[in-house]
Design a protein around this ligand. Structure first.
Ligand code: C6P
Length: 434
């Protein structure tokens, strides 16, 4: 075992210089997440890998600890105090989620392990029961593998066709071409709310309308979007929405499937066992009502409860303020990146059309090398194909470097990031001269 990895991280004593953005007090928000005051390779951590997962405020960590220390029990089962308290806290989060995404009923909120599991649930349960040979499934050319492979596999199994919404040169969904793709054979349109590579924010309401006009259902992959954009399932009129809490300040291991009640009602359960039944006989089983019909076995009680603390934290900041802050930070980062020579930035040019995600290649440095060099400067980014290999193929690259921002990032973080890029270029320039 590598004990170095387990060593207690050094904590910064001096408060880092952080500029307050117009919308959010990034200095205070940074102090709220203990991990953001650690050192990495002797430097202040500048965490720019938020599209992969977000850091957690103390209130979320405390909610986890409080559950285990004070009322740890299984839910929906016991009649004792601890079980009743745990059940109330768990079901209370379902109501918070309903309110956060503006769903009509708690019956429409199903807890899963992550967004991926939620998409697989729809593909397996709804898909297997509603698709036949010759039907069409429409996704876009920038989907994450989690919103790609389940549909590809379902299409193969059913003899259905997987079709694609193509992108314009600046990484937006080409709506003119979409008219030719979403047609009478389309049974489901499944699209990301925000690309995890290009940052593109998609025209969800318009696409949902186009799907409904053809009698198709619409699934929104909100894995990137829900953490950053105020999202109302009723305003957007989406049939399914999926997302993961770990990208929105919550713990890992909790995802959500929202589905319109009339659709969920008709779908068979995916997993069978405890909690998802209403009565069991030797020959037959009557399933539980929504949402528990889809939640077999003991759920991730502690992490769901802590996810409620994440919703409270985000709601207090205000989703509109979060969006405004991200536009400000992303505009600044785009401006500073464009000052560099040899940079290729992918996706929409304007921060108004994208979330806080910037993919780029720089000075012929392999994205993995760049990631390592930046790590030495304490800057965490992601490099690679970002689980979007078909998009990488379309872009003509094997991978990109990606910086992604959230509520605690400041312009000061961007300046450190840009300096680290300049330093990397100096080092790699020397290496290639040898
Ligand atoms: N993207 C990234 O670094 P899960 O793993 O189930 O929580 O989320 C899957 C997923 C689905 N859709 C989109 C658009 C996503 O970005 C992700 C996760 C991370 O880009 C991890 S690969």
């Amino acid at each position: 075992m590598n004990h170095q990895l387990l060593a207690t991280p050094k904590i910064i004593v001096d408060e880092p210089v952080r500029e307050r953005s117009a919308m959010l007090d990034t200095a205070k928000i940074s102090r709220d997440s203990p991990i953001l005051s650690r050192l990495v390779n002797g430097r202040r951590l500048v965490y720019l890998d938020n599209a992969a997962t977000s850091q957690k405020p103390g209130v979320v960590i405390d909610a986890l600890k409080h559950y285990y220390e004070y009322y740890n029990a299984n839910i929906h089962r016991g009649l004792h105090t601890l079980s009743e308290e745990a059940t109330a806290a768990f079901e209370g989060v379902r109501e918070k989620v309903r309110n956060f995404i503006d769903a009509a009923s708690e019956r429409e909120i199903i807890f899963t392990r992550n967004a991926t599991e939620a998409i697989n649930l729809v593909a397996s349960s709804w898909g297997r029961n509603n698709l036949k040979e010759g039907d069409e499934i429409v996704i876009s050319a920038m989907e994450h593998h989690s919103n790609f492979v389940p549909w590809q596999q379902l299409a193969n199994e059913k003899g259905a066709k997987l079709r694609f919404l193509e992108l314009t040169d600046d990484g937006q969904i080409d709506l003119a071409l979409a008219q030719n793709v979403i047609g009478s054979k389309t049974k489901i349109v499944a699209i990301t709310q925000m690309s995890n590579v290009l940052g593109t924010i998609t025209p969800v309401a318009k696409l949902a309308q186009m799907a409904h006009a053809q009698g198709a259902v619409f699934l929104l992959d909100g894995a990137q979007g829900v953490a950053h954009l105020e999202t109302s399932v009723r305003e957007l009129d989406v049939d399914f929405l999926v997302f993961s809490f770990h990208k929105m300040l919550g713990p890992t291991g909790v995802g959500v499937l929202y589905g319109k009640e009339e659709l969920l009602d008709k779908m068979p359960p995916l997993l069978f066992g405890g909690d998802m039944i209403s009565s069991v006989h030797r020959e037959r089983t009557k399933f539980n009502e929504l949402p528990w019909k889809f939640e077999a076995g003991t759920p991730n009680i502690a992490d769901v409860i802590a996810s409620g603390a994440a919703i409270d934290y985000l709601s207090e900041l205000g989703m509109n303020n979060i969006r405004e802050h991200e536009i400000e930070i992303t505009s600044y980062a785009l401006k500073r990146l464009r000052e560099l020579d040899d940079i290729k930035i992918y996706g929409p040019a304007d921060a108004e059309n994208k979330g806080g995600v910037i993919s780029f290649n720089f000075a012929d440095i392999h994205p993995h090398d760049l990631g390592q060099m930046l790590d030495e400067a304490g800057v965490a980014i992601r490099a690679g194909h970002h689980c979007c290999q078909p998009l990488m193929h379309d872009l003509g690259v094997s991978g990109t470097a990606r910086a992604s921002f959230y509520i605690y990032n400041s312009k000061d973080d961007i300046d450190v990031f840009i300096s680290a890029l300049k330093e990397a270029k100096k080092v790699f320039g020397h290496v290639s001269c040898r």
